[in-house]
Design a protein around this ligand. Structure first.
Ligand SMILES: Nc1ncnc2c1ncn2[C@@H]1O[C@H](COP(=O)(O)OP(=O)(O)OP(=O)(O)O)[C@@H](O)[C@H]1O
Ligand SMILES: [Mg+2]
Length: 262
């Protein structure tokens, strides 16, 4: 997104990640990641399969416990050099919400009930308050008329938009998206990307793993290329896509441009 100088002066750090490591047994998947994300920025992460993108997102949300390093969100720091009390993990996790490749909606609940569930069970909201908020969120993702439908009655794109509304219902400061459109039929990708684009325009801080080049070019403030558990290269979408500096980035972009037109 293009911002004015005035807006730049208002920048504050939302996410600060220092020396993040994650190993699964002998396999070191994240090998020291450093990243600062300013409030309202949208960061796109690209990289080959197995490079650690999903693990990285899961570590920000402590769905995986990092082996070392720190993650700070809006001033609250999780330091993984020592064990964290469960209460602190719960409080830290509330700051971000994740949208997965497979939307995992509860099949026995309507779209509305899916969106209301988190606020009621996690945040202890009253039912009528949660319902009002859920209806607003469904309207925001363009699904006001589908509130009473069950997941099987919705298209993949609609289900993913319910998934986004469900994540937003937890009022996160940061949204983490893990390839949210890669399981969708091509004609359904656009409607989900549009919802994400609107969120970015509203100033939501987002870290998005996606290979959707048009989204990255149109929305990302910065693109990170990850490979082998490190950030190999980062820059504006123009810098990374049009003039990548690293051979590994060039090779990866060549591979994906064979699959889709960039
Ligand atoms: N729970 C786990 N236990 C053991 N190894 C894991 C676990 N989760 C991920 N890994 C390994 O960590 C590496 C990185 O996986 P990750 O899912 O983060 O990659 P990715 O970049 O998201 O790949 P993709 O593009 O295919 O989604 C892989 O080698 C994977 O096998
Ligand atoms: Mg992944």
């Amino acid at each position: 997104m293009i911002r004015t100088i005035d807006q730049l002066e208002e920048y504050e750090t939302m996410i600060s990640i220092k020396n993040l490591h994650k190993r699964f047994g002998d396999l070191e998947v994240l090998k020291g990641i450093d990243l600062d994300v300013q409030k309202g920025q949208a960061i796109v992460v690209i990289g080959p399969s197995g490079s650690g993108k999903t693990t990285f997102l899961r570590c920000i949300n402590i769905l995986e416990t990092p082996s070392a390093g720190t993650v700070t969100i809006d001033g609250q720091t999780a330091d993984f050099s020592k064990p964290m009390p469960k209460k602190q993990i719960t409080s830290f996790r509330k700051q971000s919400a994740m949208v997965f490749q497979h939307y995992n909606l509860f099949p026995h609940m309507t779209a509305l009930e899916n969106v209301m569930e988190g606020p009621i069970t996690v945040q202890g909201r009253k039912k009528d308050v949660a319902k009002k908020q859920a209806l607003e969120l469904l309207a925001k993702v363009g699904l006001a008329e589908k509130a009473d439908e069950y997941p099987f009655q919705l298209s993949g794109g609609q289900q993913q938009r319910v998934g986004i509304a469900r994540a937003l219902a937890l009022e996160p400061k940061v949204m983490l998206f893990d390839e949210p459109t890669s399981a969708l039929d091509p004609e359904l990708v656009g409607e989900v990307l549009q919802v994400m684009k609107d969120l970015a325009a509203e100033g939501m801080t987002m870290v998005v793993v996606t290979h959707e080049m048009r989204f990255a070019k149109g929305v990302a403030d910065e693109v990170l290329f990850m490979d082998g558990g490190v950030i190999v290269e980062r820059g504006t979408p123009e810098e990374v896509f049009n003039s990548p500096k690293e051979a590994r980035t060039q090779r990866f972009l060549n591979l994906i441009s064979e699959k889709e037109e960039i």
